[in-house]
Ligand binder design. Sequence first.
Ligand SMILES: Cc1cc2nc3c(=O)[nH]c(=O)nc-3n(C[C@H](O)[C@H](O)[C@H](O)COP(=O)(O)OP(=O)(O)OC[C@H]3O[C@@H](n4cnc5c(N)ncnc54)[C@H](O)[C@@H]3O)c2cc1C
Length: 295
Amino acid sequence: MENILYDVAIVGGGIAGFEAALTLKTLRRNFVWLGANRFGGKITLAENVSNFPSFSGTGKELEALLSRQAESEKLPFTPARIDGIYAGGGEFLLTEGKKVFRARAAILATGVETAGSLKGEREFLGRGVSYCAVCDGALYRGKTIAAVLFSKEFEKEAEYLAGFAEKVYAFCRYAGAAFSTKNIEIVPQNPTYLKGNGRVEAIGTEKGELAVDGVFFLKNSAPPSALCGGLETEPDGHVRVGRDLSTNLKGLFAAGDVTGRPYQYAKAAGEGLVAAFSANEYLSKIETKENGRVR
Ligand SMILES: Cc1cc2nc3c(=O)[nH]c(=O)nc-3n(C[C@H](O)[C@H](O)[C@H](O)COP(=O)(O)OP(=O)(O)OC[C@H]3O[C@@H](n4cnc5c(N)ncnc54)[C@H](O)[C@@H]3O)c2cc1C
C-alpha cells in the first residue's frame, strides 16, 4: 500500500479527469491522477471536432494539444486501471490488483464504454459477471468461463484466468487475437446475451449457447456500480449526481460521460472543473471542523 494519503484521487485519463487535475493543481491540492491511459481511445477517434471552444480539427489534434498542456503544466499522471474503490474511515482506498492508493476524496471520471453492454451483463453482476481477473479469477478454479476482451492489451488477463479455469472461451472484439495458453479457445462469434437462473449459466452467440460458470468482461471501463459498492446509479447505469456532482457516497464525486448525456468534451471538461471545486469544498469543510484551518 502507498503511504501517501492524497487529498483527492481522480480516476480516468480523459478530458474530465484532466480538467479535474488542472483545477486541483490551481487549488493547490495534493492529488493523484489515475487512469488506464492518458487521453487514450475516444479523443483520438473523433474525425472532426467542431463544438469545443477555441478548437476546430481532428481528435488527434485535440489530443496533441491536451498532452502539450498536461506536460507544460507538469500534471503528474499515474497509469493504473482501478478495479475497486472502497470507502470507509474518512478515506477511499483505490485498488489496482494488489496496489492500493489512498485519498480523502475521489472523483470518478471513467467515461462510458461505447461498445454497450450485453443483455444480462448488469443483471448478473456479482453473480457470475466480473470485470476484474485479479480480484475474481481464483473463484473459478477448475471451472469453465468466458472472457470478452475489448483489446489486445487484455490477453495477459485472459491467460491469467486460464491459470485457474479449466477452460476459457475467448470472445475477442479486435483482430489478431493470439494466446499461448492451450485451454483458451477463441470463439469467432459475437456474444449476444447471458442466461442463467440466479447466476450465469450460459453465454449466447448467433450460433448457439456455451455453458459457462462465469463471464469476465476485460475492458478499460467497468460500470461504476461494479467499481464502487453502494454507489447509486440511474436506471440507465449513469452515476446519480447532484448539481455539485456529489454522489450518494460522502467525498465521492463524478464527472464527464459517466454522469450521463450529452457525451461531449465541453460538458465533460466543465464537470471535471465543478467536481474538483466540490471536492475542495468538501475537504475544506472537514479541515475547518477538525483543525480550524481555512483554505
Ligand atoms: C468517435 C467519437 C467522436 C466524438 N466526437 C465528439 C465531438 O466531435 N465533440 C464532442 O464534444 N464530443 C465527441 N465525442 C464524445 C467525447 O469523446 C466524450 O464526451 C468525452 O471523451 C468524455 O470524456 P470523459 O473524460 O468523460 O471520458 P473518456 O474520454 O471516456 O475518458 C475516461 C477514461 O477513463 C478510463 N477509465 C475507465 N475506467 C477506468 C478505471 N477503472 N481505471 C482507470 N481508468 C479508467 C478510460 O480508459 C478512459 O481513458 C466523440 C466520441 C467518439 C467515440
